[in-house]
Design a protein around this ligand. Structure first.
Ligand SMILES: CC(C)(COP(=O)(O)OP(=O)(O)OC[C@H]1O[C@@H](n2cnc3c(N)ncnc32)[C@H](O)[C@@H]1OP(=O)(O)O)[C@@H](O)C(=O)NCCC(=O)NCCS
Length: 114
């Protein structure tokens, strides 16, 4: 994400990572894994993380994925709120990367299935 040619936010994502999803105890395999989202300090507080989440969801739909998954440190209230407010389910606490992480999942439900 850029503002006047300055990089102010970024997301690192991967797809097609069944072994990672298994580690997260997630049964679906066709998911986008959001590894990290960062907003430059002086630009925080403008809901840019939520904007990035919208873009990622759009991309996941274009790729016909079943949903998106991420993990958040339990103390990261800003990120937790943004995932919950963007429609993610708080799945479960998992021991990952050497510590506790909350696993957040958002399934993509196609209109035809509603
Ligand atoms: C988490 C993060 C991406 C959120 O950025 P953002 O989209 O700009 O945050 P929001 O617009 O949702 O901010 C909501 C509120 O929290 C505050 N806030 C957000 N991040 C903050 C931080 N790291 N420290 C202090 N306050 C913060 C904002 O000022 C705002 O306060 P307000 O409601 O009183 O105005 C950003 O804090 C960040 O890059 N953190 C470091 C990396 C990180 O934790 N990434 C997520 C890993 S899953």
């Amino acid at each position: 994400m850029k503002h006047n040619d300055e990089l102010i936010g970024l997301a690192v994502v991967t797809c097609d990572i069944p072994e990672v999803l298994k580690e997260y105890n997630i049964k679906d395999s066709n998911m986008m894994l959001i590894d990290s989202i960062m907003i430059k300090q002086e630009y925080r507080g403008h809901h840019l993380q939520r904007q990035i989440l919208k873009l990622l969801e759009k991309r996941a739909r274009e790729l016909n994925l079943d949903g998106l998954v991420t993990t958040v440190h339990p103390d990261n209230i800003y990120s937790k709120n943004n995932f919950v407010n963007s429609g993610y389910d708080i799945g479960h606490l998992a021991l990952l990367h050497g510590g506790d992480r909350l696993v957040f999942v958002k399934k993509i439900v196609e209109k035809s299935n509603l």
